[in-house]
Ligand binder design. Structure first.
Ligand code: FES
Length: 647
C-alpha cells in the first residue's frame, strides 16, 4: 500500500511578499506564523479575539467556507470584500493573502516601566577573584583545600559548599587558568569557577509573568541597574485567555501541564535572548533569576499541578518562596544558577501581588493605601503596615484590546489618548510613534469611555445616545458606534470606531475592578476619605489618565493628588528581589500581614457589581467631583439611578 502524502500548497502574504509552503488544510494563521509574517493573534488562534483579519486576494475558492466565529467578528461588508479570520480559515490550494494594516503587530511599546523604589544593593550572587600558589612537594594540599583556604584568608569566607561536578572540573580550571580564577558564589554555595578575573561581570534576570504579557529585565548586579528590558505576549494564550481555561487545560494531564510550562519558559527565554543580543551579555554571565506572577502563572511556570487552584477552597500547592535550579525549569541562564520565585498569597492572589506590595512599600507605611494592579486579573490591596486586605477580580482582557472592535496592543499607530469636545464632538487623539491610527490601546479605551460620558455620547448606563446629531454617531448593522478617526486619517482603510458592544465589555471590566476596591473598603470599614495613597499599577498603568479612570468609575473617587500611577510595579518588585536579600525576606514576611478576601463569597458582591456597572457608579454621592463635572457639562442623570442595597 502506498503511503499517503499530504498535499502542500503555497501561501503568499502581501504586502511583504512572504511565501510559505504548508500542508493543505492548515490555517492561514499557521502559514503566517511559519512565514514569519506580521499578523496579530491576541487569542492565539482560538477564534475569540477577531484580531487576525486578513483578505484573501487570489484564489478565494481555495479556502474553507466562513466559520461561525467569523460571522461574529466580520461585518457582511467585510465578508463580501474577502475578509477572513486567519485562524478560522484553512487553505486547500494556493492563495494570496493580504494582511491589512489593522492586523499587523507593528513595533510594540514595551510597557515594562515601573516605579523605582530605592533598595540597598545586596544580591545573593557575588564574585571573588583569587590568585593561588600552585602545589609543591612542600605544599601538596588538595585543589579544593587550596581554593577554600585562599577564600578564607583573602575574603573571610567559610563553610562553603562546592558541588560534585565543580569538584570534578576544578583541577583543570585551576591549571588552565594559571591558578587565577573567579569564584561565583550564591550565599555559601560556589556555583561557578571562571578562569581569570571576571568580577566586573555579574548579571541577573527578573521577570513578571502576566496572564497576557511577559516582562523581562536584565540587570547588572554590581550596580543594581536595569541594562535592558523587553516584553512579549504570554505564549500560553493559545491555550486560553484566562487563568481558569489554562488551569483546566493543565488538569488534563502531565503532557498538557508540560506544554504550558514549556510555552511560558520559551517566551521568557526568547525575551532574554533578545536582551542578551542587545547588550552583548553572555548567557553564562546571568547567574540569578527572580520570577513573579499570579498563582496560576506561578504554578504553571514551576510545573506544579494547578488543579486545586480552580476548586474551592482554591488551595495552592506551594505558598512559600522557592529557589530552583535554572536547568530544572528550562530557563536558559547559567546552568548552575537558580531561579527564585517569590511567595504567593492565595489561590488567586499571587507573587505578583507580593511584588506590588514590595514596590509600593505598603507593608511599611503608616498611611492607609489602596493599590490596584490592573490586568486580565486585577489584584487589589488595601491596608498599611498593620494589616493588608487583598482580593483578585476577573476583570478580563478588554483593556488589553481583546473583544474590542478596534482594540489593539500598545504598538505603533495605536491611539493612546483621546479628547472629545463636549460641544462639537470633535475628536483629538494621540497615537504611539505619531503614526496614522490603526486601533485603540488600553489607556485610550479608558479615555474614550470618560470622554464619551462627558460629551453625552453615552449616559451613565453606558447606552449610546442615538438622538445626538453628529455624523460621528451612527448605527452600523444594528449596532450603534462612535467614530473616533475617519477612514482618511487612519492606516487601515476604514473608520476607527467604538461600538456599543465595546462599551459594554469595558463597563464589565471596570465594574469588576471597582467592585473589588469597594468591597475591600467596606470590609475594612473605611471610606474614600480614610485612604491616603492610591496606587494604580499594571503593564499599561503608566499611561492611564487617573482623571479618566475616575470619571468612568474604574475605582472609587479620590483627590487626584492622592493617586500615583506606578506602571509595572510587579516587575519592580521582581527586580528588587533580584538585587536584595532583604527584599526576599520581606516578601516572605508580607504574608503574615495579609488577609485574603474571596470576593464572590462577600454578601454585597452582586449588588456592588451591579452598582459599579454604571458610570461612574450608581450612587453618585460617592463620586462628588465627577458628579459636579457632569452637572457642569449638563450630563448629570435626569433621573436618579437605582442603587442596589447591600444585603
Ligand atoms: S487569533 Fe484569530 S480570532 Fe484571535
Amino acid at each position: 500500500m502506498k503511503g499517503c502524502i499530504a498535499m502542500e500548497v503555497n501561501v503568499v502574504f502581501q504586502p511583504e511578499g512572504k511565501r510559505v509552503r504548508i500542508k493543505s488544510g492548515s490555517t492561514i494563521l499557521e502559514a503566517a506564523n511559519l512565514a514569519g509574517a506580521d499578523l496579530t493573534s491576541i487569542c492565539g488562534g482560538k477564534g475569540k479575539c477577531g484580531k487576525c483579519k486578513v483578505i484573501v486576494e487570489k484564489e478565494k475558492g481555495n479556502v474553507s467556507s466562513i466559520a461561525e466565529a467569523e460571522n461574529r467578528f466580520l461585518s457582511s461588508a467585510e465578508i463580501s470584500a474577502g475578509y477572513r479570520l486567519a485562524c478560522c480559515t484553512s487553505v486547500m490550494g494556493n492563495v494570496v493573502v493580504r494582511i491589512p494594516e489593522e492586523s499587523r503587530t507593528g513595533r510594540q511599546r514595551l510597557q515594562v516601566e515601573g516605579i523605582e523604589t530605592p533598595v540597598k544593593l545586596e544580591p545573593l550572587v557575588k564574585k571573588y577573584f583569587v590568585k593561588l600558589q600552585g602545589p609543591t612537594l612542600k605544599d601538596p594540599r588538595s585543589d579544593v583545600d587550596r581554593l577554600l583556604d585562599e577564600l578564607l584568608v583573602q575574603y573571610g569566607l567559610e563553610n562553603l559548599e562546592l558541588t560534585y561536578d565543580l569538584v570534578q572540573r576544578l583541577p583543570f580550571i585551576l591549571r588552565d587558568s594559571g591558578w587565577e580564577v573567579t569564584v561565583v558564589m550564591r550565599d555559601n554555595e560556589i556555583i561557578s569557577l571562571e578562569p581569570g578575573d571576571t568580577t566586573d561581570r555579574i548579571f541577573g534576570y527578573a521577570v513578571d509573568i502576566g496572564t497576557t504579557k511577559l516582562a523581562g529585565y536584565l540587570l547588572d548586579l554590581i550596580t543594581g541597574k536595569v541594562i535592558a528590558a523587553g516584553s512579549a505576549m504570554n505564549p500560553q494564550i493559545p491555550y486560553g485567555e484566562d487563568v481558569v481555561t489554562r488551569i483546566t487545560y493543565a488538569m488534563k494531564g502531565i503532557k498538557e501541564l508540560k506544554e504550558l510550562q514549556r510555552a511560558v519558559v520559551g517566551g521568557l527565554n526568547q525575551i532574554l535572548a533578545d536582551l542578551l543580543e542587545k547588550t552583548g551579555v553572555k548567557r553564562e554571565e546571568v547567574y540569578e533569576m527572580t520570577a513573579v506572577g499570579n498563582t496560576a502563572m506561578h504554578h504553571l511556570f514551576l510545573k506544579l499541578n494547578p488543579k486545586f487552584l480552580a476548586l474551592s477552597p482554591y488551595t495552592p500547592v506551594l505558598r512559600k518562596e522557592i529557589s530552583v535550579n535554572a536547568k530544572r525549569v528550562g530557563v536558559k541562564i547559567n546552568s548552575r544558577s537558580y531561579v527564585h520565585v517569590l511567595p504567593v498569597i492565595a489561590g488567586f492572589v499571587g507573587a505578583d501581588n507580593v511584588a506590588v506590595i514590595l514596590a509600593t512599600e505598603i507593608y511599611k507605611r503608616s498611611e492607609l493605601c489602596l493599590a490596584l494592579d490592573v490586568g486580565t486579573n486585577t489584584e487589589i490591596v488595601l491596608g498599611n503596615k498593620d494589616e493588608m486586605l487583598v482580593c483578585s477580580c476577573a476583570s478580563g482582557p478588554a483593556f488589553e484590546g481583546a473583544h474590542i472592535k478596534h482594540g489593539m496592543r500598545a504598538a505603533t499607530g495605536a491611539i493612546e489618548k483621546v479628547r472629545i469636545d463636549p460641544e462639537t464632538l470633535e475628536v483629538k487623539y494621540w497615537t504611539i510613534d505619531d503614526a496614522k491610527p490603526r486601533g485603540i490601546c488600553g489607556s485610550a479605551l479608558v479615555d474614550v469611555l470618560a470622554e464619551m460620558l462627558k460629551a453625552g455620547v453615552i449616559d451613565a448606563t453606558g447606552t449610546m445616545n442615538k438622538e445626538l446629531n453628529s455624523p460621528r454617531l451612527r448605527v452600523c448593522e444594528g449596532v450603534p458606534e462612535f467614530v473616533l478617526a475617519w477612514k482618511k486619517e487612519t492606516s487601515i482603510g476604514d473608520d476607527i470606531v467604538v461600538t456599543q458592544r465595546d462599551v459594554r465589555e469595558l463597563q464589565l471590566a471596570k465594574a469588576a475592578m471597582n467592585t473589588g476596591a469597594m468591597t475591600l473598603m467596606r470590609k475594612k470599614g473605611v471610606t474614600e476619605k480614610d485612604i491616603d495613597i492610591v496606587f494604580i499599577a499594571g503593564a499599561f498603568g503608566s499611561y492611564i489618565d487617573p482623571e479618566s479612570s475616575t470619571v468612568i468609575g474604574m475605582h472609587p473617587e479620590f483627590p487626584l493628588e492622592k493617586v500615583k500611577v506606578v506602571g509595572n510595579a510587579a516587575g519592580t518588585g521582581a527586580r528588587m528581589a533580584l538585587v536584595s536579600k532583604t527584599c526576599r525576606k520581606t516578601a516572605e514576611e508580607i504574608h503574615g500581614k495579609i488577609r485574603y478576601v474571596e470576593l464572590a463569597a462577600e454578601p454585597c458582591f452582586q449588588a456592588e457589581f451591579m452598582n459599579s456597572t454604571f458610570m461612574p457608579y450608581a450612587d453618585l454621592n460617592r463620586f462628588p467631583r465627577t458628579s459636579e463635572l457632569l452637572r457642569k457639562l449638563g450630563r448629570y442623570p435626569k433621573k436618579p439611578i437605582p442603587t442596589l442595597p447591600c444585603k
